[in-house]
Design a protein around this ligand. Structure first.
Ligand SMILES: [Zn+2]
Length: 405
């Protein structure tokens, strides 16, 4: 079986090995060596990347027999079987994974100590990591206390000890949770803070983790999902968050600490302005409705009004129509052009029971290829998009037909 060099030395970046097998496939060349420092995707930790004889390694996995395979998309062969192969892993990626993975052990241990909460899931993603806790609820205040405790342990710079234990030893080792394998159990001690069975790669001392920051809490499948950032990711997260806050504080012209109040003030101002605007629009619409009524033509003793707008909400036109229903002997049709087409409203005053607004509206809609309906006093409808002149002619003709008789 492939000798896994990272078991003994998780800081080994370069190594030499012998070529054991190579298979060309659709994704590239799959390579098996007698030994490797490349970590294959397993136990929640993503695989390493790097090079073999200078060729990029894009994927590393374990087959059912426990052999480690390396995928090289850019070469046909690594040479004869038995040939020496020089490997180099992408250390920045690996060290990042070591910080997140070791940090996860500590954070999981901290939640057992503080809340007796077991970790039942771990995911190490490209941008952030999560653990799933058997814990029905966790507040941000409680999470902050766990952060304090776990970072205190990080800064104590505890040593990590990693070794395979014998089946006889196993029952005497106080593991945080039962091991997933029965044989070749590898145990990771973090000082006396945590003892876990794990096949992953870890830092040598907790100080290398730097910082553990919880950045997300959400309820998930009856428990809590905790998002966290360790080491370089915590720094990057801080940098991004700080930059966002700085931008917000600059555009609001207030100090960072005053940003929440400034936003609340803006929201309140916006709400008040919106209410005032609404009131003014309603008043303006009434004034405009009055003016329309004054200048309306008279047909057979009735005031006949029609208008078309392309730049106002339909609700305003409808408001004007209902206001004008209070005028004597009045019939009207309004149209508003919106993004999707034309909206229509027809109405008549209560002292004109001989007119039916729904009939007039259906007449307009028929001309414009649309539809609609309503009561004899007021009706609404819609049609596809039309030129303003075409709409005005349709409104005028339908009103004339209805009122002349
Ligand atoms: Zn581990």
């Amino acid at each position: 079986m492939t000798e896994r060099l990272y078991y003994e030395d998780s800081k080994l970046r370069e190594f030499t090995a012998s070529l054991v097998e190579q298979r060309a496939g659709e994704r590239g060349l799959a390579v098996r060596l007698d030994r490797t420092a490349f970590y294959p995707t397993s136990g929640g930790q993503p695989h390493d990347t790097g090079t073999l004889n200078g060729h990029v390694v894009s994927d590393v996995w374990v087959d059912e027999g426990g052999e480690v395979w390396h995928l090289l998309p850019q070469t046909d062969s690594l040479g004869e079987i038995g040939a020496a192969v020089r490997g180099e892993i992408d250390w920045a990626r690996r060290f990042d994974h070591m910080q997140q993975h070791s940090g996860q052990h500590m954070l999981s241990a901290a939640f057992v100590k503080s809340h007796r909460a077991k970790t039942i899931g771990f995911h190490l993603g490209a941008d952030y990591s999560t653990i799933d806790l058997e814990l029905p609820h966790l507040s941000w205040e409680a999470a902050a206390q766990v952060e304090d405790a776990v970072n205190q342990a990080v800064w104590e710079d505890l040593p990590l000890t990693v070794r395979f234990v014998t089946p006889e030893e196993l029952p005497h080792i106080p593991l945080r949770k039962p091991p997933q394998v029965k044989e070749h159990v590898r145990v990771v001690w973090i000082g006396e803070y945590d003892v876990t069975a794990c096949g992953g790669t870890h830092v040598s001392r907790t100080g290398e983790i730097g910082l553990i920051k919880i950045t997300g809490l959400e309820h998930y499948k009856g428990g809590m999902r905790v998002t966290f950032h360790c080491g370089i990711r915590a720094l990057r997260h801080y940098r991004t968050t700080h930059q966002l806050l700085r931008q917000a504080s600059q555009s609001l012209s207030v100090g960072a600490a005053e940003v929440p109040q400034a936003v609340a003030r803006l929201q309140a101002d916006l709400k008040r302005t919106g209410r005032e605007l609404h009131k003014l629009q309603a008043e303006l619409a009434q004034v405009e409705a009055e003016r329309l009524w004054e200048s309306a033509s008279e047909i057979a003793g009735k005031r006949v009004l029609y208008a078309h707008w392309a730049d106002r909400p339909f609700a305003v036109a409808r408001g004007m129509a209902s206001y004008l229903q209070g005028k004597p002997r009045t019939a009207l049709c309004f149209a508003v052009t919106e993004a999707k087409g034309t909206k229509l409203v027809c109405a008549r005053s209560n002292d004109l029971p001989e007119l039916n607004a729904a009939v007039i509206l259906r007449d307009v809609a028929a001309t414009l290829g649309g539809r609609g309906g309503g009561s004899p006093a007021m009706a609404q409808g819609g049609a596809g998009p039309h030129a303003a002149a075409e709409i005005l002619v349709a409104l005028q003709q339908s009103l004339r037909r209805a009122t002349e008789s």
